[in-house]
Design a protein around this ligand. Structure first.
Ligand code: SF4
Length: 288
């Protein structure tokens, strides 16, 4: 069996949140740049230039890309040969606390949705677990902004509404969001499963690489159709017009009940901060 020390988890999570709050991924920046070159709306083009300039200033000065440094979302893929003799969730939250304090990131979490007292350290994180083969721990971390999250939606369609129903719902969601979700967007779409599974796979969709494609052909075609339709809406960068409303649409699907067709749309703003780290487990002496 294998393990990873608590302090490694705490340090890694801390660094991931600081790093992702300050830097956008290179592939994402390249996508912004190519969209800026193609954008024909002059205001849209100029907003994209400002977004590109903003990320350069953040990177060069080690300051957050946006004042909203989000909810700390952590997705874990845990190798089945790993064991932890401590509370993994507590270690992750300790890393989040350190990252938000040491990185001077805005603390946006409140203890209760009704009485709304700030936790003052941005904990707790929203954590998802998955078990995989091997003895590595893959950590995906993202500070998820509130503006784009607030404009995300879920609907339980009937099977008869089919693909067109899915398209209509996604388009309606992007239209309703307008500038409030801070486009250009990554549109994460989860279809199938049940109520909570659709939301989870939509969230996972925004963690996918900006230039990848869905695993199966049906989802790939849907991604292409949706991207085309979304970029015809004239929402544009920050909702002020243009054809760059979305940089990518990511569709994830899952089997579902004969009577159901759940659809979830998770919107990711242009401050698409995320980080991925793979930690190798250390072999425990005298273990099998
Ligand atoms: S939606 Fe994104 S870009 Fe807009 S304020 Fe929130 S984090 Fe910043």
């Amino acid at each position: 069996m294998y393990t990873i020390e608590r302090k490694t988890i705490v340090e890694t999570i801390k660094d991931m949140f600081i790093d992702s709050a300050y830097h956008l991924g290179e592939d994402f920046v390249n996508k912004l740049k190519s969209s800026q070159e193609k954008e024909s709306n002059q205001l849209g083009k100029s907003i994209l230039s400002k977004i590109i300039e903003n990320q350069e200033i953040a990177k060069n000065n080690n300051i957050p890309l946006c004042q909203d440094t989000g909810v700390a979302v952590v997705m874990l893929e845990i190798g089945r040969e790993l064991i932890f003799d401590y509370d993994l969730e507590e270690a992750i939250n300790a890393g989040v606390r350190r990252g938000y304090m040491d990185g001077y990131l805005r603390k946006s979490m409140v203890k209760h949705p009704i009485n709304r007292i700030n936790t003052l350290d941005n904990s707790p994180a929203v954590i998802h677990y998955e078990f995989v083969a091997g003895h590595q721990l893959t950590i995906h971390a993202a500070p998820k902004g509130g503006g784009s999250e607030n404009m995300s939606r879920l609907k339980m369609l009937t099977p008869g509404e089919g693909e067109q129903g899915i398209i209509d719902f996604v388009i309606e969601t992007v239209k309703l969001a307008g500038g409030k979700a801070c486009p250009p967007l990554i549109v994460g779409v989860g279809i199938g499963g049940n109520f909570e599974k659709a939301a989870l796979i939509a969230k996972k969709a925004i963690f996918r690489k900006i230039n990848d494609q869905a695993e199966n052909e049906v989802d790939q075609l849907l991604e292409e159709k949706l991207l085309k339709e979304i970029n015809h809406l004239n929402v544009g960068p920050m909702g002020l017009g243009g054809e760059t409303t979305a940089l990518a649409v990511k569709v994830n699907s899952y089997p579902c009940h004969i009577a159901s067709l759940p659809v979830a749309v998770n919107l990711q703003c242009h401050s698409a901060r995320k980080s991925e780290v793979i930690l190798d487990g250390k072999k425990i002496e005298n273990s099998n």
